[in-house]
Design a protein around this ligand. Sequence first.
Ligand code: NAD
Length: 489
Amino acid sequence: MSREQQAVARARKAFETGRSKCVEYRIYQLKNLQQLFTEKQKQIADAVKKDLNKSEVGTQLYETLGLEGEIDLAIRKLKEWAAPRPVEKNLLTLSDTVYIQPEPLGVVLIIGAWNYPWAVTIQPLIGAIAAGNAAVVKPSEVCVHTAKLMEEVLPLYIDKELYPVVTGGVPETQELLRQRFDHIFYTGNSMVGKLIMAAAAKHLTPVTLELGGKSPCYIDKNCDISIACRRVAWGKYTNCGQTCIAPDYILCEPDLQDRVINEIKKSIQEFYTDNPKTCPDYGRIINQRHFKRIMTMLEDSHTAVGGDNDESDCYIAPTVLRDVKPEAKVMQEEIFGPLLPILPVSGLDEAIKFINKGEKPLALYVFTADDKVIKRIRDETSSGGLLANDCLVHYSVSALPFGGVGNSGMGCYHGKFTFDQLSHKRGCLIKKLNMEGVNSMRYPPHTLKKLGWARFFILNTVDLGWMGRMALLALLAVVTAVVLQNYLF
Ligand code: NAD
C-alpha cells in the first residue's frame, strides 16, 4: 500500500467510527485549529517568508486573519448550520415533518495551491471539519517550507487519523486521485482542474474547482481616478500579483490612460518606495519557472512603469504596460505576476464586449461614480464575483459565496457556503401512518375527480405560522372527510 493509499484508508476508517459526525467533536477540533493559529503564528510566518518572501504582518493580514475569522464563525454558527432546516410544504404534506438535514459527505480530498498556501488549504478544511467529514489535506509542494510545516503541526492539534496531511508533488497527487473520495476540493489552475475532474469522474466524485483566469478591471472616466488607481495598485501588486482575484488588466478610454499610469506609479512609490526590491512588503515570484513565464509576457508590449527584474532573486518590479493590444502575449493567459496591462477601449460598450469575448472571470472590477455603469456591468456580463470601486475585499466577506463560474471554476465556499458545499443536503419527509384517506387520490383506479383533488393538494404551498398551520390542519381534516365521503368513493 502506498503512503497516499494508507492515508486515505486511515481517514476512511476514522470516518467510519462516526466521531466526526458529533457536533461537539467538530467544535472541539475547530477550537484546536484555532489554537494552532495562536501558538504557531511565528513558524507559519517564517515558512511563508522563505516560500514567498511575505512579511510577518503580511502573512497575518492576508493568510491567517481570514482563517481565524472563519474558524470563529464556524464555531459560533455550527449548531445552527448542522440543524434540520424546515422547508415550505404543500397541503398534502401539511401534517408531515419536512426538512433538509445536512449530513457529512465522507472523506474529502483538499488540494491546495501555493500562492496563499495557508488560506486556500485550511479554509476548505474548516468547512470539511464543520460539516463532519474526514479530510485528506494535500498542500502545494511549490511552497516547500509551508507544506513541511503543515505536515508537522496539523497532527499536533487536530485528529490525525481523520485529517491526515499528505505532502508531495504531481505523482503523489495523482496517486491520491486514483483513490475514491466523496468530494474533491481543488484550488489551482484550470488546466490541472480538468485533470482533477477527469480523475473524479471515474468514481463519480463531486468536485469543487477554485480556479483563476483573467479578471478585468474597467475604470470609468466618471470616477476619482486617484483613489481608483490606489486601490487597483494594491489589488494588483499584493503578493507580487500572485493572487487569483488580482485585477489582471485595465480597460479604460484612451484619454484616461496617462492619468491612470501616473496615479498607479504614485501608489507604487507610496506602497513600495522608489526601490521595491528592498521593500519588506513587496514579494517575489514563487520560482524561476514562473519568473521566465512572466518575463516572456513583456516581450511585445510597451512598458510604462517598472520592468526591472532580477532572475537570481525572482524579482520583477511592479510594472504597468501601455497601449496593450488584445493579441499581445500578456493577454493570452492569466498573468499571475506584477504586470498590469492597460487596454484602451472606446467606452463602456466596448469594454463589456471585450469582457464577454473572454472566458468568464473569477472577479470583475469596475471603478465609477455612476451607479448605472455598475448596473450595466452587473447585468451584461458574468463572473465569479463582482466588485465595484475596490479590489480583493469581497474575498473577506464570509457571507458572500466565493468561487468561479465557467472557466474560473465551479462550486463556492467561505462561511456557511463551505459547510453547504461539503455537506449532502438530505431531503427528509417524516410521515405518520394515520390519515390514510388523503392518499386515496393517488391510488388506482385513477379518475379525473381524484386528479382534480391531487392538483388542489399538491399545487398549493403553505407558508403559515404555527397557529395558521394548526387552523389549516383542522380545516383540512374536515375537507378531507367531506371529500372522502362525497366524491372519492
Ligand atoms: P500549484 O502548482 O500549487 O498546483 C495546485 C495543486 O495542484 C498542487 O497541490 C499540485 O500538487 C497539484 N497539481 C499540479 N499539477 C498536477 C497534476 N498534473 N496532476 C495532479 N495534481 C497536480 O498551483 P497553481 O496551479 O500554479 O496555482 C495558481 C493558479 O491557482 C492560478 O490560476 C490561480 O488563479 C489559481 N488560484 C485560485 C484560487 C481560488 O480561490 N479560486 C486561489 C488561489 C489560486
